[in-house]
Design a protein around this ligand. Structure first.
Ligand code: NAD
Length: 292
């Protein structure tokens, strides 16, 4: 359930020749299910309740806490005892623990299983999955997730997958902002920024961001990938969790403000590496004279 940028590909792998699972899809946006079913083997459920009724495994990839809560509420009376619910959405750890308890009361195991690797990882079937929940449920889910994931790790009890994903997001936000600053610096100095990246790629500054996002950042192409609004949601979850633990995350908090700027510049639906768009606003010769 949830045939968005990520779920679309995950469902495709599950239904594909290599795996051939019996897949039933559901999305609130009818055009999403229509176009998915036109290209893949499976069936479309008319509602959440119908989608979960006979399911052994329920897999969700939804935007945020609100949608996961809504879908579980619609499923709860229809879901079959003994099913495993794998939630690949990035949500709060508290939300995951609550869903685990609610579904557990109905005999359904809930795994919080947020992913990393982006849309390309989903398309290539090479996602990283960070899982919280019981070992028994993880063992049952592991074989299914191999359809779209290269690495699946059980991190601990319920909520541990989400806390691991939060750690992942803390580790990437500062790196992406640093890359934006470095590329802006090189471009402002009149260097060929693509050549600069090529020269640095095997050196100490390399990163997933540099390998996968630098070219688009230099070319100003941001209409793809993981949206700024979803990244702002993730960082909101991180900062809430850090506040509760009294942990100081100054760089993450700062980049969170920069992402709000990107949103204000019209970048809410653009990939969040559009931090570069904000950075370029201040490049020499552009200050106050041009919009990005
Ligand atoms: P998306 O917005 O593209 O897709 C979400 C899908 O859920 C949409 O098709 C939407 O119609 C559907 N949906 C919303 N409410 C629904 C409901 N009540 N019932 C059924 N379907 C509903 O989002 P996405 O980029 O695919 O991300 C999904 C999750 O994965 C998010 O939590 C995101 O943070 C996480 N994630 C995304 C990426 C990425 O690169 N896009 C990477 C890692 C993690």
């Amino acid at each position: 359930m949830g045939l968005g940028r990520m779920g679309w590909h995950m469902a495709a792998h599950l239904a594909g020749d290599g795996h051939g699972h019996d897949v039933v899809v559901f999305d609130v946006v009818e055009s999403a299910t229509d176009s998915w079913i036109a290209e893949h083997r499976g069936s479309v459920a008319p509602s959440v309740a119908a989608a979960v009724a006979d399911a052994e495994m329920i897999i969700t990839s939804l935007p945020a806490d609100a949608q996961v809560r809504l879908v579980i509420g619609e499923a709860i009376d229809a879901v079959a005892r003994g099913a495993v619910w794998i939630d690949h959405s990035t949500i709060s750890a508290d939300g995951a623990r609550e869903h685990c308890a609610t579904l557990g009361d109905r005999g359904v195991a809930f795994l919080d299983a947020p992913v990393s690797g982006g849309v390309d990882g989903a398309r290539n079937g090479s996602l990283t999955v960070m899982v919280g929940g019981s070992r028994e449920a993880f063992t049952r889910a592991e074989g299914i997730m191999t359809a779209y994931a290269a690495r699946m790790t059980l991190m601990g009890g319920s909520g541990a997958g989400q806390v691991t994903k939060m750690t992942n997001q803390i580790c990437v936000v500062g790196v992406c902002q640093a890359l934006a600053e470095g590329l802006d610096f090189a471009m402002s100095a009149g260097l060929d920024a693509h050549a600069v990246v090529e020269a640095m790629l095997q050196g100490s500054s390399t990163s997933w961001q540099m390998q996968n996002r630098a070219a688009q950042m230099i070319d100003g192409e941001f209409d793809f990938g993981f949206s700024t609004s979803l990244m702002r949601k993730d960082i909101g979850l991180v900062l809430d969790e850090a506040r509760a633990m009294n942990v100081s995350l100054p760089v993450t908090a700062l980049v969170s403000q920069f992402l709000a700027d990107v949103d204000a510049l019209g970048g809410a639906d653009l990939d969040w590496c559009s931090l570069m768009m904000r950075q370029r606003q201040f490049a020499p010769g552009r200050r106050g004279s041009e919009t990005p």
